[in-house]
Design a protein around this ligand. Structure first.
Ligand code: NIG
Ligand code: FE
Length: 411
């Protein structure tokens, strides 16, 4: 099966050689080909170049992309899309000024979602979650990471992870699963966090690993949730089972989460709204990808990750949605790009690099997706006719996507 896209106004994120990620100044450069063709064979990218060098291929399908851009699909390396119901009931409290922590203390927050999830059947949870997955795919997401963490009991954590596995089996995009048992201390362990950590380490984690339900391990390392010491113990336990860390740090307070993550060779450190100089320093010359979640800052009204300073300081950066019912009830990567440009002062080139190649790296998929490279999956976005790629984050309320292709097949 061969498909030829021809007359592409501009083909974005073209990399001849597969690269891991881009950092600092290199983030400002987005390699493109103007007036291009792209050949897809059996779901993979098999060739590209300028139209005047386009060979006379024998193909099954030709798609004329005159006036339109073609780019790799967005990679969303941090989501919680497997959840039950929603938390709209907390929305007005939030509007009236209650903080994330105050809402949690009132019986809302993560424990509210955990209660709902525990009461929801696995089939129902799957049905609710698949709608969200289909929604974000239509918005251009072609690879995604999904976390557990609303179960908080052995049975419910396994239920969430089995739902993620079922999504993986039934949908064509790459999906990575992360075990986030340490998302909050459940009410049954209110005065016994140690008891919950023991349950996590000695009971839940071994069963998750044994059933091969997760690739990564996550901890909400935050004041009032899990301390640096708790995080250290949980990451050490995960390591015994080969689970690499991707952790929530510095969302509300900077307590040493970055340092513990870097020490444990985290693949990514996510949130980073509160960054001290030493946190930025700790990330330098590491293989750990900092991930900003501007949808969460937007929704909660908390500071944005100081991404401009971080990139100017030579760091790489990835962008993700954090799609979840409490702090970012949106999985729209187009909005994330716009917010990154408008609020965090990234250029469109930086934002596109952050949402494609760097985000692919942040979930271990840099050899499969994230750039237009021969041999990678043909997970691509065909835009509507637009003048330039900067128009995507600029005209932030409009859907610029005409068609999303996964493995070269239109959704
Ligand atoms: O990434 N901060 C921790 N976890 C999620 C929010 C979870 C929730 O409020 O349901 C986050 O923001
Ligand atoms: Fe999150």
């Amino acid at each position: 099966m061969r498909t030829l896209f021809k007359n592409i106004k501009e083909l974005l994120q073209v990399r001849d050689q597969s690269i891991a990620f881009v950092s600092g100044e290199a983030m400002g450069k987005l390699p493109t080909i103007i007036d291009a063709y792209l050949l897809v064979e059996n779901g993979l990218i098999s060739g590209f170049g300028t139209m005047d060098a386009c060979p006379n291929f024998e193909v099954d399908t030709i798609i004329d992309a005159t006036g339109k851009m073609l780019l790799p699909t967005w990679c969303d390396s941090h989501t919680h899309i497997v959840f039950a119901g929603n938390r709209e009931s907390e929305f007005v409290d939030k509007i009236k000024g209650l903080s994330y922590q105050e809402i949690a203390n009132k019986g809302g927050g993560i424990l509210n979602s955990a209660k709902k999830l525990q009461e929801t059947s696995e089939d129902d949870l799957y049905e609710q979650s698949k709608k969200r997955l289909e929604e974000v795919m239509a918005l251009g997401t072609g690879a995604i990471e999904i976390k557990s963490g609303y179960g908080l009991t052995l049975e419910s954590e396994l239920k969430m992870l089995r739902v993620i596995k079922r999504l993986k089996e039934n949908y064509p995009l790459p999906i990575k699963a992360t075990f986030l048992g340490a998302h909050a201390v459940p009410s049954e362990f209110k005065n016994n966090k140690e008891g919950y950590i023991k349950l996590l380490i000695e009971d839940i984690l071994p069963q998750v690993a044994q059933a091969q339900l997760a690739t990564y391990i996550d901890v909400f390392c935050e004041t009032g949730y899990f301390s640096v010491e708790d995080t250290e113990r949980i990451l050490n336990a995960g390591k015994q089972y080969g689970l690499q860390p991707k952790i929530h740090v510095n969302q509300f307070t900077s307590i040493g989460g970055v340092q513990v993550g870097v020490r444990h060779n985290a693949l990514s450190l996510d949130h980073l709204e509160e960054m001290r100089t030493e946190d930025i320093e700790a990330l330098k010359n590491t293989k750990t990808m900092p991930v900003a979640l501007p949808g969460c800052s937007f929704f909660l009204g908390i500071p944005y990750t100081p991404a401009r300073n971080m990139i100017d300081d030579g760091l790489p950066l990835a962008l993700a949605t954090d799609y979840n019912p409490g702090s970012s009830p949106s999985g729209n990567m187009n909005f994330v790009l716009a917010t990154a440009c408008i609020k965090m002062k990234l250029t469109p080139e930086e934002a596109i690099n952050a949402a494609t190649i760097n985000a692919a790296y942040a979930m271990g998929l840099e050899n499969e997706v994230g750039s237009i490279t021969v041999g990678k999956k043909a997970n691509i976005i065909l835009t509507k006719p637009i003048n330039s790629y900067g128009f995507i984050p600029y005209a932030f309320g409009t859907n610029h996507i005409e068609t999303v292709f996964i493995d070269g097949v239109a959704l």
